[in-house]
Design a protein around this ligand. Structure first.
Ligand code: 3H9
Length: 728
C-alpha cells in the first residue's frame, strides 16, 4: 500500500494511462502537448509501476507517450518553485529496479528527463521520426535525473559530453548507430509488446545501463576526454555555469566506481545549477520565446493561411538568406531579381552556402540536392503570381519599395501576403500603395538570415489578424524566434541599438578607446563589442546618409564621420576603428586613430579622462534598459520578455543574463534608477532620464514584465515614422 505525503491530488498536472494487453502493461504518459514529467505524471508512473509489479498476469511493461512526444523532460515550469509530489529520482529508481522488464517505446521526442526515463528502462525502441537529447544546458541546468551518469556508460563519455554540452537533438537513426536505442520500428508499442513476450522467460537477465562500466574504465586516466569538453564549452558556451558542472559530473562517472555515489555528485551539482541566477535567466528565455508568438489581441483560433510556396524579391545577401530559410523548411521558393547577373550570383551564393554545409558534415549531398532543388529563380514578376507569400528584400529605399509593392499587388494572386524585409521603413506607407493593406506586414530578418534566429514582425495599422497569425506560424516553421513590433521608428531592436551605440561613441569622445569599450562589453557577455560591430556593418552607411541630409552630424557620430573622411569605412576596406588584414575579420589595434580621437574630443569641448570598465558597461547597458522600458510603455513591444528575445537572438546579448529587461529585474529596479540618475548627473544626457515606467515599477516594488500585457494595436498610438537608421 502506497502512502504519499502530498495532498490535493486533483490539482496534479498530467497523468499516466494504464492498460494491459497480451499480458503486457502499457503505461502511456498523458500530459499534452509534449508530456513533460509534471507531478501528476511522476505520481502516475510510480503508481502504475507498482500496479504492474503486483499483477501476476503481467509479464512486462511498455512505457510510451500520448500524441507527438514520448516525454519532453522535467516540467520546466516547476523549477524555482515548490515542487510537489514524488521526486523524479524516486520514480527513476522504481523504474530501474522494476521487477518486470521495461521497454521504452519512444514514439516521439525524448528530451532531458524524457531520455533519462528511457535510460532507466531495460530496452529502448524508437520510431523513425523520434529524436532524443539532453538539452538541459540550454536552460542553465544539467541532466539531473541520472543522465550524466547513464548516457556516458551507454555511448562513452566523449560522445555523451558532446551531446550534453551542445544540447543537440539526435534523430532515432543516429541514436541507433550510437547505441542509445536498441531498435527502430514503425509501430513502437506493438514492437515493444512482441519484444517483451519474446524476453518474458528471461526474467533475471535484463540489462541495466547503470551496470555498464566498460566505457568508464576505458576513459579512466585519459585526460583528453575532459580537456576536449572544456575546450568545447569555452568556445560555444562562454560565460555559462552549467557546462562546467556537466563536465564535473562526467568526471565523477569516469572516476567513481560506485554508480550511486556518482548520482549523489550529480544531484549536488544539479542543485548548484538550479540555484544559479543563470538558470532563471535561461528559463525566462525558454518561456519568453514561446510567449512571443502569442499576440494578446489576436484570438487563438484565428485562421492561418497555408503557405505552400514563397517568393522573394531581390537576390542579394538578405534575399538569398531568406530563400534558404524557406527551402530548409521544405517550402518551395522562387527568387526574382531585375538583373540577370545579380540573380546568377545570388543563386550561386546559395549553392555555395549549401556546399559549405555539406563539407562541414551538416548536410549530406543528397539532402543538399533536395533543399537546393526547392529554390528556383527568374527575372519576371509573373513567376511569383502563384506564391502564398512574397517577401521583398531589396535595399532600404521607400520609393523603390513602393514601386515593387505596386507590381506585386498587380501580379501576385489574391489573398497572398506581401511582406517587406525592412529594418526601419514605414510599413503603413508601403501598404498604402496596395489594394490589400491588410495583407501587408514587415518581416525584418537579421543577417545572415539563414543563421540568425530573430525575426521582427512589423505590424502595420491595417495588418489583419490572419496575416499576423500566419506570419507567426511561418516564423515557427522557419525555426525563427519571431517577435511582434508595432510600426514605430527603429522597431524594437534598432531603436534600442541606437542609444547603445551612441553611448559607446560618447565614451570614446570622453576618453575610452574602442578596444577597451569592446573588451568591457564582451566580458559582460556580449558576442561582439559595439566598435567591432560598427566596423562590421560599415561606418560609411550613416555617414553617407547624413551627408545627403545636409544636417550637421550629432555629437556621437563625429568621430565615425571623421574616420570615413579618412577613407576608414570598417571591415569592408580593411580599416575602421580597427585595422584588418586582407581576408581576415580579426580586429587589430589602430593606434593611428588616436590622434583623431584626441582632436575630435578637444574640438567638441571634452577633456579626455580615464573611464572604468564598470562605467562603460553601466552606461551602454542602462541605455538599452531605459529605451526598452519606453518601448514597453508605448506598447511598441507587447511584453518585456519580447524585448529580451529580440536582444538575445538578434544582437548577441548573453542568454545567460536573460536579456536587458530580465537583467534590469535581476539588478533590482531601484538600483537601475539610482545608476540612471548618477549617469544623468555625470553626462547631462536625457538618455539617462529614468523611464517613467521604471520609476513607477520601482516605487511599487514591482518588476518589468509583471504589468498586464499591452493591447498592441497601432491605431491607439499613431507613431511618426521618421527612420532612425540614418543616425547610426
Ligand atoms: C529536465 O528534463 C531536467 C532533468 O534532467 C532533471 C530534473 C531533476 N516542461 O516548444 P513548443 C511547453 S529539463 C514544461 O511550442 P514544439 C511549451 O512551453 C527539461 N512545458 O512545441 C509550450 O507551451 P505553450 C529538458 C514544456 O513542438 C508547449 O509545451 N527538456 C516543456 O515546437 C509546446 O512547446 C527540454 O529542454 C517542458 N519540458 O517543440 C525540452 N517542453 O503552448 C524543452 C515544452 O503554453 N522543450 N513545453 O506555449 C522543447 O525543446 C520543445 O518544446 C519540444 C517541442 C522540442 C519538445
Amino acid at each position: 500500500m502506497l502512502f504519499y505525503k502530498y495532498l490535493g491530488r486533483n490539482a496534479l498536472k498530467g497523468t499516466v494511462l494504464y492498460e494491459v494487453k497480451d499480458e503486457v502493461a502499457i503505461l502511456t504518459v498523458d500530459n499534452p502537448p509534449v508530456n513533460p514529467l509534471s507531478d501528476g505524471v511522476r505520481t502516475g508512473l510510480h503508481e502504475s509501476l507498482v500496479k504492474a509489479e503486483e499483477d501476476d498476469t503481467v509479464k512486462g511493461v511498455v512505457l510510451t507517450g500520448n500524441g507527438r512526444a514520448f516525454i519532453a523532460g522535467a516540467d520546466i515550469s516547476e523549477f524555482g518553485g515548490n515542487v510537489e509530489g514524488i521526486p523524479l529520482n524516486e520514480v527513476f529508481n522504481k523504474l530501474e529496479f522494476c521487477k518486470k522488464p521495461v521497454v521504452a517505446a519512444i514514439n516521439g521526442v525524448a528530451l532531458g528527463g524524457g531520455l533519462e526515463t528511457a535510460l532507466c528502462c531495460n530496452y529502448r525502441i524508437a520510431s523513425k521520426t523520434a529524436f532524443v537529447g539532453l538539452p538541459e544546458v540550454n536552460l542553465g541546468l544539467l541532466p539531473g535525473g541520472g543522465g550524466t551518469q547513464r548516457l556516458p556508460r551507454l555511448i562513452g563519455p566523449g560522445e555523451a559530453l558532446k551531446m550534453m554540452l551542445s544540447g543537440s537533438h539526435v534523430p532515432s537513426k543516429k541514436a541507433l548507430e550510437m547505441g542509445i536505442v536498441d531498435k527502430i520500428s514503425d509501430d513502437v508499442v506493438a514492437e515493444s509488446i512482441d519484444f517483451i513476450k519474446e524476453m518474458a522467460g528471461n526474467n533475471d537477465n535484463h540489462p541495466r545501463v547503470r551496470d555498464k562500466n566498460e566505457k568508464m574504465l576505458e576513459a579512466r586516466g585519459d585526460e583528453n576526454v575532459l580537456l576536449d569538453a572544456q575546450a568545447m564549452a569555452a568556445k560555444a558556451r562562454k560565460g555559462q555555469f552549467a557546462p562546467g558542472q556537466i563536465i564535473k559530473c562526467v568526471e565523477a562517472a569516469i572516476n567513481i566506481d560506485d554508480f550511486d555515489e556518482g548520482i549523489k555528485k550529480e544531484g549536488e551539482y544539479f542543485m548548484e545549477c538550479l540555484l544559479h541566477p543563470q538558470r532563471e535567466a535561461m528559463i525566462h528565455i525558454f518561456f519568453g520565446e514561446r510567449a512571443a508568438s502569442k499576440i494578446s489581441d489576436v484570438p487563438k483560433d484565428t485562421k492561418i493561411k497555408d503557405i505552400k510556396k514563397a517568393g522573394i524579391i531581390g537576390s542579394g545577401t538578405m534575399g538569398g538568406g531568406i530563400a534558404m530559410c524557406f527551402a530548409n523548411a521544405g517550402i518551395p521558393v522562387h527568387i526574382i531579381d531585375q538583373d540577370e547577373e545579380n540573380l546568377k550570383r545570388g543563386v550561386s551564393v546559395i549553392e555555395k552556402n549549401y556546399d559549405f554545409m555539406v563539407n562541414k558534415g551538416r548536410l549530406t549531398a543528397e539532402q543538399k540536392d533536395g533543399v537546393f532543388s526547392l529554390v528556383t529563380s527568374s527575372l519576371d514578376y509573373k513567376d511569383v503570381s502563384d506564391c502564398d507569400i512574397v517577401i521583398e528584400a531589396v535595399y532600404e529605399n521607400l520609393e523603390l519599395k513602393h514601386e515593387i509593392f505596386k507590381s506585386l499587388d498587380e501580379h501576385v494572386k489574391e489573398g497572398a501576403i506581401l511582406a517587406s524585409n525592412t529594418s526601419g521603413l514605414d510599413i503603413d506607407s508601403i501598404a498604402s500603395v496596395t489594394k490589400r493593406p491588410e495583407m501587408v506586414v514587415g518581416t525584418h530578418f537579421f543577417s545572415p538570415a539563414n543563421i540568425m534566429r530573430l525575426l521582427e514582425v512589423v505590424r502595420g495599422e491595417a495588418t489583419s489578424d490572419e496575416t499576423l497569425a500566419t506570419i507567426m506560424a511561418i516564423g515557427k516553421k522557419l525555426k525563427k524566434a519571431a517577435v511582434v513590433s508595432l510600426n514605430a521608428p527603429g522597431f524594437i531592436g534598432n531603436r534600442m541599438l541606437f542609444g547603445y551605440t551612441a553611448q559607446a561613441n560618447m565614451l570614446l569622445l570622453e576618453g575610452a578607446l574602442p578596444h577597451q569599450i569592446d573588451q568591457a562589453l564582451e566580458s559582460f557577455g556580449l558576442n561582439m563589442g559595439p566598435f567591432r560591430m560598427m566596423d562590421l556593418v560599415g561606418l560609411d552607411l550613416g555617414w553617407r546618409a547624413r551627408k545627403l541630409s545636409g544636417k550637421e552630424s550629432p555629437l556621437h557620430a563625429k568621430i565615425g564621420d571623421e574616420l570615413c573622411e579618412q577613407d576608414r569605412y570598417g571591415q569592408k576596406n580593411g580599416a575602421g576603428y580597427y585595422n584588418y588584414s586582407e581576408g581576415s575579420r580579426a580586429p587589430n589595434p589602430a593606434p593611428e586613430n588616436e590622434e583623431t580621437y584626441e582632436r575630435i574630443s578637444e574640438e567638441n569641448g571634452f577633456t579626455r579622462r580615464e573611464i572604468s570598465d564598470e562605467e562603460i558597461v553601466d552606461r551602454c547597458i542602462l541605455a538599452l534598459i531605459n529605451e526598452g522600458a519606453d518601448i514597453l510603455s508605448e506598447g511598441v513591444s507587447q511584453r518585456a520578455a519580447d524585448i529580451d528575445v529580440v536582444y538575445i537572438n538578434g544582437y548577441g546579448f548573453p542568454i545567460w543574463r536573460g536579456g536587458p529587461m530580465h537583467h534590469a529585474n535581476a539588478m533590482g529596479l531601484d538600483v537601475v534608477i539610482e545608476k540612471l540618475e548618477k549617469y544623468k548627473e555625470i553626462t547631462g544626457s536625457d538618455v539617462y532620464k529614468p523611464s517613467e515606467m521604471l520609476v513607477k515599477l520601482a516605487k511599487n516594488g514591482e518588476k518589468l514584465g509583471e504589468a498586464p500585457e499591452k493591447d498592441n494595436r497601432k491605431e491607439k498610438l499613431g507613431f511618426e515614422m521618421s527612420s532612425v537608421a540614418n543616425n547610426f
